[in-house]
Design a protein around this ligand. Structure first.
Ligand code: EPZ
Length: 415
């Protein structure tokens, strides 16, 4: 089984570059179903999840391939097929982003139900609520969702929860609907704005992305784009925490500081110094790390995708931190593995209480999900002795060469 061993106790310092955002690239690639002709998408991270999305697009009739490690070219000239492949959609939930585009483009989509994952049941009811409101008829049986819509007509859609995926899927479908669609209580994550900007380059008429009210005016067709994806705020945040947890001094370049604000404010509250350049953020350890309280919330609140990583950091803080996870129902699994490294954490439903501990000690640990994997590696950087992390397949889905980036900052990691 592939594993990664980390030698703890080395202070990280220096400069590293963030990759493009996985969670922006995936919906933008799915949106190429709507874009006639050729598209070139740059600043794409080199990840397993992206490879899976490219395979889905090729099965649907597009030609989509990495042109080099960070550029994807897509040719959309043939008739789009209606059925997305079961094995791929269930192996990568974000493949469900093709549902809205296929339905809008062809009038019929048959997509496997994506199913849950270890952090939660991951329902799609809000996606379907939006599709139905746009005029689609929905049939769920044999593990598939069938969407039929001879014509989509714009309407008002209220999201009970500002779901990122539902906002993206509905926004993509609405681009080819007749008339105006208003999405209320829309998600405001930077990845939504990035998708909207990509679609606008293709001729879509979208206003309000990044706010809770998004308005889409349908058009008859969209054309291929050249577009560069935003930096990955979660990878950048993970690298900043690597600097903080090892009491170092790390600068992450090619970031969007606005996207890092929720994390940066918490790092400052914990006693770290944050210095921002035009597109860089630097974290400097100043001799103390205080406990802080965290509540994960939809953007611009503290991101749930950084919860595991900051929990690892707070295991080394002075005092007791309280972490409340409000987005997913089961996103504390990393706590069990951190406790095997000597962390003192008590979890109760949506709360985790992280107590002061003398030090973390290296151990053999198992990755359960992508961000938990990052948290265990961060803990291994500061734990006494060696930490061996198993389950690297989860990590490689969402981080573009994280071990190498940590080595470039002085971390000692080997396979
Ligand atoms: C996106 O997932 C991200 N994935 C997740 O990142 C991220 O954690 C999440 O947004 C929240 O920010 C991608 O962008 C590919 P949601 P998504 O729909 O769209 C409930 C990572 O590590 N909900 O905003 O699936 C749901 O149960 C991944 O990179 C419904 O109830 O997230 C959850 O509690 C993990 N009905 C909450 O909303 C729905 O129809 C947030 O889900 C949809 C969602």
């Amino acid at each position: 089984m592939p594993k990664l061993t980390i030698e703890g106790g080395h202070t990280l310092s220096g400069t590293v570059t963030a990759s493009g955002s996985k969670n922006a690239a995936l919906p933008i690639l799915a949106s190429c179903i709507l874009l006639d002709g050729q598209s070139t998408i740059t600043n794409i991270p080199y990840l397993k999840d992206i490879v899976i999305m490219l395979r889905v697009l090729n099965i649907l009739g597009l030609r989509a391939e990495y042109h080099n490690n960070n550029t994807v070219k897509v040719w959309n000239q043939k008739k789009i097929k209606h059925i997305a492949p079961y094995d791929l959609v269930t192996s990568m939930r974000a493949s469900f982003f093709v549902a809205g585009p296929i339905m809008a483009k062809t009038g019929y989509a048959k997509i496997p139900l994506p199913g849950g994952c270890c952090i939660g049941s991951r329902p799609i009811d809000l996606h379907l609520k939006g599709f139905k409101a746009l005029g689609a008829s929905i049939n769920i049986e044999h593990g598939f969702v069938e969407l039929k819509a001879a014509k989509l007509v714009g309407t008002r859609i209220y999201l009970d929860f500002p779901s990122v995926g539902a906002t993206e899927n509905i926004m993509m479908a609405a681009c080819l609907a007749e008339g105006e669609t208003i999405i209320e209580n829309a998600a405001q994550e930077p990845e939504i704005t990035d998708l909207a900007n990509a679609l606008i380059k293709g001729g879509a008429k979208i206003k309000g992305s990044g706010t809770s009210i998004i308005t889409v005016y349908g058009v008859r067709s969209l054309k291929g784009i050249e577009y560069s994806v935003i930096p990955d705020r979660v990878e950048a945040g993970t690298l900043l925490i690597a600097g903080a947890i090892t009491k170092g001094d790390v600068t992450v370049e090619k970031v969007n500081n606005n996207h890092l604000e929720p994390l940066n404010q918490k790092l400052i509250e914990a006693g770290l110094e944050i210095k921002q350049g035009i597109n860089s953020t630097r974290v400097i350890y100043k001799g103390v790390l205080n406990a802080v309280n965290i509540e994960t919330l939809p953007f611009p609140g503290f991101p749930t995708d950084m919860q595991a990583q900051i929990m690892a950091l707070l295991c080394t803080a002075k005092g007791t931190s309280v972490i409340k996870e409000t987005i997913f129902e089961n996103r504390f699994m990393h706590a069990h593995e951190l406790k095997r490294m000597g962390a003192v954490i008590k979890t109760e439903n949506h709360h985790a209480f992280v107590y002061e501990t003398e030090h973390l000690s290296g151990a053999e640990v198992k990755i359960t999900d992508l961000r938990a994997g990052a948290a265990l590696i961060l803990a291994g950087l500061v734990a006494r002795g060696h930490t061996t992390v198993y389950g690297l397949k989860h990590l490689n889905r969402g981080y573009d060469n994280l071990p190498q980036k940590l080595r470039s900052l002085g971390g000692i990691l080997f396979v």
